[in-house]
Design a protein. Structure first.
Length: 82
């Protein structure tokens, strides 16, 4: 709705200055958020690597346990035979 108000040059300059400062603040905030996002992605990547290592260790341990069971079963089988 036009009430006939015509902003002065000072009003326009003040609004431009206000928007410029707001833009700078948002850019700084965005930079901080991008940094936090990068750090979070690094943590996720490290957790994925640790998960892969953990799974590899578990598979290895399961394989060793399985071999031990086979040796025990084989030993029991031969000691029970008379």
């Amino acid at each position: 709705m036009d009430n006939g108000y015509m902003p002065t040059w000072n009003d326009c300059y003040a609004k431009i200055n206000e928007l410029y400062k707001e833009n700078l603040n948002l850019r700084e905030s965005n930079g901080r958020l991008e940094n936090k996002l990068s750090q979070a992605q690094n943590v996720i990547n490290e957790l994925e690597r640790l998960n892969i290592a953990q799974n590899t260790i578990i598979k290895s341990l399961n394989s060793i346990v399985s071999e031990q069971r086979e040796m025990i079963d084989f030993g029991e089988c031969h000691t029970n035979v008379k």
